[in-house]
Design a protein around this ligand. Sequence first.
Ligand SMILES: Nc1ncnc2c1ncn2[C@@H]1O[C@H](COP(=O)(O)OP(=O)(O)OP(=O)(O)O)[C@@H](O)[C@H]1O
Ligand SMILES: [Mg+2]
Length: 252
Amino acid sequence: MIEVEHVSKSFVAKVDGKRARVTAVEDVSFVASDGHITALLGPNGAGKTTTLRIIGTLVRADRGQARVGGVDVQTDTHGVRAQLGVLSDARGLYLRLTARENIEYYAQLRRVPAQAARQRLAMMAELLDMGALLERRVEGFSTGERLKVALSRALIHDPPHLILDEPTNGLDVVSTRALRRLLQHQRNAGKCIVISSHIMQEVEQLADEIVIVARGRTVAHGSAQSIRDESGTASLEDAFVKLAYGTESVSP
Ligand SMILES: Nc1ncnc2c1ncn2[C@@H]1O[C@H](COP(=O)(O)OP(=O)(O)OP(=O)(O)O)[C@@H](O)[C@H]1O
Ligand SMILES: [Mg+2]
């Protein structure tokens, strides 16, 4: 289970040559249960990536608390990381290593027995149609190819919790379906999965629970159906626009 309670985070950025505070997350709270896919849905700049980075112990929240499997992200970063698979928005692969080397290196860091790592990698390569890429250096890989490698790396130690930032960004339709099957399989195995996205249709198809984040705040939490009902709109897209932008429609 992943629990986030009233977290906030601001950064110092240069604006017009002067240092200014930028609030990335103002007040985000939600609970993501085991055996569920929870999606953070929000417009660009809403605070989704920052929230995932707080959960992943990559940045410290200014206020509030977050726990992964009951372990506090502020007080036990190693305890949190041990139970977490992370797909970051930057993907972060070693360009001079092959796809297989990137993934196996992480398996070693995570102390996965070599035989188990090879089996898991073979399974994911098959599922994500990545077999032909494994022995190639990552330099020059397309967006979707990099994503597949980074995703396999996030899953290689079979972690009970997954946080995936924009996991379908750059995937074609067949790969998106494969990813959906992979995540549903992980979900059915009882894992706690949190993804971020701004693509409504994807979230509607994949997520059991949706957390709408806008301007650094959680503005709705529930199933697609309950969010539609609560906002009194016919589609999730209408509900999203109403809740995230505070208006019934956004002019084209
Ligand atoms: N390290 C940083 N320094 C300065 N500002 C930051 C930093 N990280 C995030 N921000 C700002 O915080 C806000 C939230 O950013 P964040 O990346 O969390 O949004 P997001 O919801 O993931 O957006 P997107 O859909 O575009 O990925 C943005 O306005 C961003 O410019
Ligand atoms: Mg983001």
